[in-house]
Design a protein around this ligand. Structure first.
Ligand code: PBG
Length: 351
């Protein structure tokens, strides 16, 4: 083929398109959207599998993998299956996992949360035994609601409200037992005042100087935790969590919560839920220099998974888009139940 015959040359040589006077030639932004290669070259945000943290629900037993109805694709796992899942996540290049426990028994103070042979502790010991702490950041959710018979995030006062100061003492014991079992990071999620300071002091006293704290700092009383409460069997038996979790209407208060948690010794901050809090995430990115995570919670996952199940949207595109948006807003990492699928999709896209 001669140069004159080459299609590109012919196209330009033939009818040159006349620019419309209505379009400013300096601002044809569609030029860089024309081909997949151009779009890939100028893409600003590319979540990496290493920025993903998978949520895992652990239950007693052996060889058990019970699907969770409200979280399609997610199962409650016995500790041995949690190890198998950990291997799969590490092979996919996922950054870490966060563990939630379903204890064999519950009581008023959530004894199971801090038991040396508790369900999270057992799972952590096994994950460490399998060498997975080298390949994944092992995070323990530090809360009591899965372990109390009333489903609230701490022991109760006579009037039914959560006793803040009794709760932080229990959370501190829980964090120490999780660190002893091998958690690299403990993640207090109870929204009790002073929980980060109490946990830092207890960890240090117990010699766990290197265990990091990821503070669920800006956590609102959100409707989007519904499926989690079914998955973790942690719905409050009465009332709700508005007496301790934040009002979703309050952005300035979220900044105060985060500043206090940093002052108390939080190594990292978490914003939760993710999509309803993107403004808070962006404001936190501008204000704090600690690593920032965002939690795409159970309801955010379930809404996408359910709509995809009806054929109303494409799960791959919706999960990729939301993870990208969360990173774009300022998250260094994203906790999501879609971590395994996302890691595989992101790898494919990277080519
Ligand atoms: C424990 C905890 C909850 C979630 C994370 N840690 C439940 C709650 O606060 O009610 C919710 C996570 C999700 O919905 O995926 N307090």
């Amino acid at each position: 083929m001669t140069l004159a015959e080459h299609p590109t040359h012919r196209d330009t040589a033939a009818a040159p398109a006349v620019s419309s006077p209505a379009v400013d030639p300096a601002h044809r932004l569609r030029r860089l959207r024309r081909t997949p290669a151009l779009r890939a070259l100028v893409r600003e945000t590319r979540p990496h599998p290493r920025q993903l943290v998978a949520g895992l629900f652990v239950q007693p037993g052996h060889g058990r993998r019970d699907p969770i109805g409200s979280l399609p694709g997610v199962s409650r796992l016995s500790p041995d299956e949690a190890v198998a899942e950990g291997r799969r996540l590490a092979d996919l290049g996922v950054g870490g996992l966060i563990l939630f426990g379903l204890p064999a028994a519950k009581d008023a103070i959530g004894t199971g949360a801090s038991a040396p042979d508790g369900i999270i502790q057992e799972a952590l010991l096994r994950l460490v035994d399998a060498g997975l702490e080298e390949r994944l950041v092992l995070i323990a959710d530090t809360c009591l609601c899965e372990y109390t018979d009333h489903g609230h995030c701490g022991p109760l006062l006579a009037d039914g409200r959560v006793d803040n100061d009794a709760a932080i003492a229990r959370l501190a014991e829980t964090a120490v037992s999780q660190a002893a079992a091998g958690a690299a990071v403990v993640a207090p999620s109870a929204m009790m005042d002073g929980q980060v300071a109490a946990i830092r002091a207890a960890l240090d006293t117990a010699g766990h100087l290197e265990t990091a704290i990821l503070a669920y700092a800006a956590k609102t009383a959100s409707a989007f935790y519904g499926p989690f409460r079914e998955a973790a069997d942690s719905a409050p038996a009465f009332g709700d969590r508005r007496g301790y979790q934040m009002d979703p209407a309050n952005g300035r208060e979220a900044m105060r919560e985060m500043a206090i948690d940093v002052a108390e010794g939080a190594d990292m901050l978490l914003v939760k839920p993710a999509l309803p809090s993107l403004d808070i995430l962006a404001a936190a990115r501008a204000r704090f220099d600690v690593p920032l995570g965002a939690y795409q919670v159970s309801g955010e996952y379930a809404a996408i998974a359910a709509a995809a199940g009806f054929g109303w949207l494409d799960a791959r595109r919706a999960f990729t888009e939301t993870a990208t948006s969360i990173v774009r807003a300022g998250a260094d990492f994203v906790i999501t139940y879609a971590a395994a699928d996302l890691a595989a999709w992101l790898r494919e896209e990277a080519g």
